[in-house]
Write a protein that binds this ligand. Sequence first.
Ligand code: FAD
Length: 503
Amino acid sequence: MTETKENIGVIGAGICGLCTALALSSKGYQVTVYERDVAPPQGDADQAFFEWQRRGAAQFRHPHAFLAVMCNLMQQNYPELVENFWEAGARKVTFAEMLPDEMKESYVPEPGDDEMWLLMCRRATMETVLRRYVENRPNVTINNRSNIVGMEASVEEGQITVSGIKLQIERGDTETVLHDVIVDASGRNSKFPGWLTDLGATIDVEDDDAEIVYYTRHFKIKPGEKEPPRSGKDRSAGDLGYIKFGVFPGDNGHFAVILCLPNHETELREAVKDPERFNQICCAIPGLYPWVNEDKAIPTTSSFGFGNIHAVWKHFVKEGKPVAQNYFAVGDAAVRTNPLYGRGCSTGIIHAHLLADLLTEKSDPLERALEFDRRTEDRLRPVFEMSLREDKQGINRAKEIFEGRTFNDNKGFKRWLRAAFGDAIAGASREKIHVLRGAMRSFNLMERPGDFLKDPQIRWTILRYMFRGRERNNRARFQRGPKRHEMLEVISKAPAPVEDQAA
Ligand SMILES: Cc1cc2nc3c(=O)[nH]c(=O)nc-3n(C[C@H](O)[C@H](O)[C@H](O)COP(=O)(O)OP(=O)(O)OC[C@H]3O[C@@H](n4cnc5c(N)ncnc54)[C@H](O)[C@@H]3O)c2cc1C
């Protein structure tokens, strides 16, 4: 154990920055968080959602799901924080509630099932509750409107050592603030790699485009109405091949719908930008209609998008040498995955805790940098690689459908086999609870990705599903809904957006 009184600067009060401050403060560190945005408004979840100027996190108003791994980490370490979420209107969705009707009747709980739960609320609610909790820690200070515009560092024999930051408050003068350790939680557009590169560092970056756009619209259940049941044959989240969709139940009667489209679906991409057409598309999808129809809910926002979705991994150790000492990038500043899988905040909180543990265990800056890299690789790399594989498969499937090819046209036996295996998992998860349970553990990052496939009973079941033929299994991937040409027909009948009518 080392002396735990170092003074740590955390850049960014997004979800990962806040979780880092929380984890470090629990270990006794003095933590100062610098956030360039303003603080959340006083008041409830609606005020945070509708009024908070949150320019620094472009994804702030997109819906977020918080996976079991994150929920359990919070429950085990900060149970009062979890209570605060319930008070703010967040909800718990348990494994039993996620089961399809066919499985519900015969469901017998097993050890571990109670750990498989999701926390559902708007991201604004998550951030505000988390931030208020962190603000109340005696050894954490959060500075708002504090833009970090540079870094204080020395270079000796090619080794960069970071010792502080250059801080600018509300576009005023810049001052240098020194810290023993700097944690970069400034998200996807972190400026630190650029500053480090200016000092001679080389940061290798893996960057893969998921080739999708992601559109959101928020709704509120009408007074006197109840949320539609989540059971039934038409699920509220799924894939039609050319479009993915999902309902994110939120807090206090709010929910959001996402529509996710491959980049090449130009007509549909244009259509979802218009809120009327967005709704028209939703109403044509059987799993979404019960949520978004006019009798059930009212929209509370327009439809808005998020493009440029990439999986990114930044390497902070090159050829066995750290890019910098006393500098640690966490969350999106280091690793990013496709938001469709809802993993970013979970990998962020894992990363934050991993760093806090490491800093208490080791004091040598070089050892810390190398070990942080090793533990990040060990814990997060498998998640990143799984996400990347899923992105590639998603791109291929979307292309197959767009080009009118069938799944049997896959080139090469290996690729066909991999896809057939994936289809068999999808088919078996629909009908066999032990397979679904395993897949859900993996999805919720409760185990290393794919570990459930080591279970002989699960392997045997999947093998049997492979034998029943690919066509049936492949169907299990998709929900009932209009075919692509039918959807194009739907949008062609929709009223033109206001600008087009004017033109
Ligand atoms: C459309 C979309 C949907 C998503 N859905 C989910 C989901 O369902 N579940 C999930 O777990 N994840 C989801 N994610 C991913 C998740 O949003 C991110 O992984 C997560 O927010 C990363 O947290 P972070 O703290 O690293 O970065 P951010 O949340 O981006 O926070 C970075 C913070 O740093 C601040 N900052 C930046 N630069 C500076 C500077 N120079 N000085 C001071 N402050 C600075 C910013 O203002 C911001 O507050 C989604 C992402 C997107 C794009």
